[in-house]
Design a protein around this ligand. Structure first.
Ligand code: ADP
Ligand code: MG
Length: 308
């Protein structure tokens, strides 16, 4: 089949490891691949309900499925509207537009996971600095974690040691990553000791796992912040949680982060566009190959539905 991979990286940046690996695996399996840049996609409207799209100066290539690599921080709904557009044109999408948006928004993720009774970390969300004291009182003890609703790679996440830093941190976070005043205050899971686990879910199954540890002197386990990974075998409970969280958000492919709390595992976040460089290295699993394998099945079984 013909697979389109849409990169959201800056035009002056090369394609990512993941984009190149997906292309490589797809070609190995006999598919034709169009690795594209979202900046070159021009959405068109003809009137009379005709949505169209062009790619640069050319018609958009004929594809049977799209894998969007939507690494966007700010303005996610607008920046990923190409995904919605292609989906409205009837193309199968791994992952689909609304599921990507749910996962990108940490507040919406918490709402959905809690609704489905998936354990999360105790959190208070404020949209006004007036209520910071109430929120910290609700969380209980310092340190606390403060984070923006959108953010990735550990950017937009702060640890705050005392009440005195809460308001100024709120100010800094509110101004960053375009999330305005909505900030999450969260219980700090000290017992995790800077570690969490990443479970990679494809087609309702955990296909690879690793544990990540924060660099000395940090609390964030993100590889982008100097964190490092090692092998890990998940428990049945962790597998069940990861699969349930992925389904709840409507994702087909996800990277679920689980943190160990004194009350058991809890979901830290669910990534709709998970990286897998370290994961492939550490687990030895061909993650890209598994995604491509699933996309064959997904494209065959896909029935275009209404998404708006
Ligand atoms: N409540 C918390 N308690 C302990 N560590 C946390 C907490 N929240 C975040 N962290 C650490 O910070 C990292 C980044 O937080 P996360 O919410 O996943 O943001 P991002 O989307 O930027 O990765 C996590 O992987 C974890 O290591
Ligand atoms: Mg994270």
């Amino acid at each position: 089949m013909n697979i389109g991979i849409i990169s959201f990286r800056a035009l002056n940046k090369r394609f990512s490891y993941e984009e190149k690996r997906l292309k490589e695996e797809a070609i190995k399996k006999g598919h034709k691949v169009h690795l594209m840049r979202y900046q070159r996609c021009m959405m068109t409207f003809e009137g009379h309900g005709t949505l169209g799209i062009r790619y640069g100066k050319r018609p958009f290539p004929e594809v049977d499925l799209i894998i969007p690599r939507a690494s966007v921080l700010t303005n996610a709904p607008l920046r990923t509207s190409v995904v919605e557009h292609l989906q409205l044109m009837g193309l199968p999408m791994l992952n689909e537009y609304n599921a990507i948006l749910r996962a990108k928004n940490k507040l919406q993720t918490l709402q959905i996971l809690s609704h489905y009774e998936v354990p999360v970390v105790k959190t208070a969300v404020v949209n006004n600095s007036k209520y910071l004291k109430q929120a910290t009182r609700y969380i209980g003890t310092f340190p606390i974690i403060m984070k923006t609703t959108y953010g990735s790679y550990g950017n937009g996440v702060a640890i705050v040691e005392s009440q005195r830093s809460v308001k100024s941190t709120y100010g800094i976070l509110s101004d960053s990553v375009g999330t305005k005043n909505i900030i999450l205050l969260q219980e700090y899971i000290a017992e995790s000791e800077g570690k969490d686990i990443r479970l990679f879910v494809v087609n309702g199954e955990v296909i690879a796992t690793m544990q990540r540890s924060a660099e000395d002197g940090d609390f964030r386990s993100n590889v982008g912040q100097g964190g490092s990974g090692m092998g890990y075998t998940p428990t049945e409970e962790e597998i069940h949680m990861a699969v349930k969280a992925t389904k709840a958000l409507g994702l087909e492919v996800s990277g679920v982060d689980i943190i160990q709390t004194k009350n058991g595992p809890a979901i830290m976040e669910v990534n709709a566009n998970p990286g897998f460089k370290e994961l492939e290295e550490i687990s030895g699993v061909n993650v890209a190959g598994k995604i491509i394998e699933y996309s064959e099945k997904f494209a065959q079984e896909y029935v275009a539905g209404s998404i708006v």
